[in-house]
Write a protein that binds this ligand. Structure first.
Ligand code: HPA
Length: 260
């Protein structure tokens, strides 16, 4: 695995403390990042190649506004057919490289009426409804009960307050996918307390918390969830609206990476 060995050497020299995972169409949030080295997912032990449009598939190490950082450009999804252990391989790779904090990002559909396309939601909790036992997990979930760091949420809130913006913090429902939800499913999710819906993040957040990492997660609202907007959902709309949110997302990522 020579490509990975060379990458690890660069990463160990740079000593990043924070890793960022950029989800669907969100690579534009990394304009403050200067890359020193990168490696394809296919060259990282324990990972696999992603198959979805809009996802790069590299792990990069470099500096974010001068601060060392690890950056996953793309992630692996359960709906691609990857096992849970592969989906969370990114998190274990980051932990093995010595990081202590991880920031997970994703594209999500807005359920809460205040969440408009192009907006952001900090994740304060999740409903993990993915996997073969999906909804059964609601009644029977023995994972880490609160993976998301209250401290990081407060740092984000304070940053947005200072910028004169409000940051909504809400509950993310992670579903298996790959198809979008039905309007009836969205009504059910709303009744269960979900504010946004997507197909990632929950497994990674729990694995990161289990490994003792500080975890933050931010959803970019790319569309109103099924039945709540005017138009039918499609992946192209998700990618277009993701671009609207990336400048503000990039600022928030820089703030978290810059924490002493
Ligand atoms: N549902 C599920 N996943 C998503 C959505 C959605 O509406 N938008 C972006 N990812």
């Amino acid at each position: 695995m020579p490509a990975f060995t060379a990458f690890v050497r660069t990463a160990r020299a740079l000593k990043p403390r924070t890793a960022v995972v950029l989800g669907s169409g969100l690579a534009g949030a990394a304009s403050a990042f200067t890359e020193h080295a990168s490696v394809g997912f296919g060259d990282i032990p324990g990972l696999a190649l992603p198959t979805v449009a809009g996802h790069g598939s590299r792990l990069a190490v470099g500096e974010w506004s001068g601060v060392p950082a690890l950056l996953f450009l793309g992630r692996l999804h359960f709906y691609e057919g990857h096992a849970r252990a592969i989906v969370t391989g990114t998190v274990r790779t980051a932990a093995e490289l010595g990081i202590t904090r991880i920031v997970l990002t994703n594209a999500a559909g807005g359920i809460h009426p205040a969440l408009q396309p192009g907006g952001l939601m900090a994740i304060r909790g999740h409903l993990k409804l993915l996997g073969h036992s999906a909804w059964r997990l609601l009644a029977n979930d023995n994972a880490v009960s609160q993976p998301y760091s209250q401290h990081l949420l407060e740092v984000l809130r304070a940053h947005e307050d200072a910028a004169g913006r409000e940051l909504l913090a809400g509950v993310y429902a992670a579903l298996t996918g790959p198809s979008y939800e039905t309007p009836a499913e969205i009504r059910a999710l709303a009744a269960c307390g979900a504010d946004a819906v997507g197909m990632s993040t929950a497994l990674e957040a729990e694995e990161a918390a289990r490994l003792g990492l500080e975890v933050a997660a931010i959803s970019c609202i790319t569309n109103k969830a099924a039945g709540l907007g005017d138009a039918a959902l499609d992946h192209a709309e998700v990618l277009v609206n993701a671009k609207l949110a990336v400048a503000r997302l990039g600022e928030l990522l820089g703030r978290l990476i810059g924490i002493e």
